[in-house]
Design a protein around this ligand. Structure first.
Ligand SMILES: Cc1cc2nc3c(=O)[nH]c(=O)nc-3n(C[C@H](O)[C@H](O)[C@H](O)COP(=O)(O)O)c2cc1C
Length: 331
């Protein structure tokens, strides 16, 4: 039994999102209530070649636990070796296998969601890793390759038989990408079909969504992805809603700008992205995500597209807040 999935708990996972859930963002989400996190996926081959960049993606600090490192690949033995190497480096709480990635580059190498089309290979990958490491192994799947071949229930049973200890199910097919709606009916069927915990994933944006999925399906926890990108407070809100049945007020404009500045400063300090200007470039999309729902967000996004230093970002924040105050006084 994974301690964070004991029957009295209902953990909120931060979904792995390549290019988004780096060590800095994960730390912020943890502070805001995320219980479990998974690193951005890395290829087993990258790990085996001791590629520095790949290794960087697997970094985390102890405050972020429980943390899993997510691997993709299609060769159970090589993936098992890679998983062992990661365990030796970092002792993550678990290894997670990506059976959901829809990206062509990954699918073309038989990785990610392509394994949903080849159940024997999928089972051999799972078994290869389970046998290789002393830590629990979990998996993340989509509900199938396309609408004609939805096979998540069968895949969950196979994974359970392979020794996988929990499964996150994203309620879309590979063909859907990120379009349409997640099918929580299939997620619910998966939860009913296996004894290991199933974590439901797809389109959760509020505490009310979390409460509804907990009430209506047999999932043991939920995983939140895109909603957290612009609103990492979603974890705090969800916890409050689960406990009290009421909503917390949304983050204020000041809190949004504080978080944007803090996130950016941490990204620069971490030196993960190189110089300050390089870090700011890699932060631009992230900053844009934080403008969701702010009045004048279009103009802010134009400014963020060009921001090159913390000083500039501080200037944008103070101008925005001063203008807002002026407008409030004039009203
Ligand atoms: C930008 C982006 C990157 C992603 N990268 C990964 C990844 O590395 N590994 C993975 O298993 N899923 C990845 N996903 C899928 C998410 O983990 C999640 O399953 C999906 O976004 C659905 O959840 P949501 O509706 O809460 O966003 C990614 C999604 C996005 C939007």
């Amino acid at each position: 039994m994974l301690p964070w999935l004991s029957p009295d708990q209902f953990p909120l996972y931060l979904a792995p999102m390549a290019g988004v859930t780096d060590m800095v963002f994960r730390g912020l989400c943890k502070e805001l209530g995320a219980d479990v996190m998974v690193t951005e996926f890395v290829s087993a081959e990258g790990i085996l070649q001791a590629d520095e960049r790949t290794r960087k993606y697997t970094e985390f600090d102890d405050a972020q636990r429980a943390v899993g490192v997510q691997l993709f690949g299609a060769d159970g033995q090589r993936m098992g070796e890679a998983a062992r190497k990661i365990v030796d480096w970092k002792q993550p709480d678990f290894i997670d296998i990506n059976f959901g990635c829809p990206v062509n580059k990954v699918v073309a190498k038989n990785g990610g969601s392509s394994l949903l089309k080849d159940c024997p290979l999928l089972a051999s990958v799972a078994t290869g890793i389970v046998k290789a490491v002393p830590v629990p192994v979990t998996a993340k799947i989509r509900i199938g390759w396309d609408s004609e071949t939805v096979n998540a229930v069968e895949v969950c049973r196979l994974l359970e038989d392979s020794g996988i200890q929990a499964i996150a199910v994203h309620g879309r097919t590979r063909a859907q990408g990120y379009t349409g709606q997640a099918d929580w009916e299939v997620i619910s069927q998966c939860a009913a079909a296996v004894r290991i915990p199933v974590i439901g994933n797809g389109d959760i944006a509020t505490g009310m969504d979390v409460e509804r999925r907990r009430r209506e399906t047999g999932v043991s926890g939920v995983m939140i992805g895109r909603a957290a990108m612009g609103n990492p407070w979603v974890f705090r809100e969800a916890k409050h809603y689960l406990k009290h049945g009421t909503h917390l007020p949304a983050a204020t404009t000041e809190q949004r700008f504080d978080l944007m500045l803090r996130h950016t400063r941490l990204a620069v300090q971490s030196r993960r992205y190189g110089s300050e200007i390089q870090a700011l470039r890699s932060m631009r999309n992230r900053l844009m995500a934080y403008t969701q729902g702010l009045p004048g967000s279009k103009h802010l996004r134009v400014l963020f597209c060009q921001v090159e230093s913390i000083g500039q970002l501080e200037g944008i924040a103070s101008d925005y807040l001063a203008q807002r105050e002026q407008a409030a006084c004039a009203a």
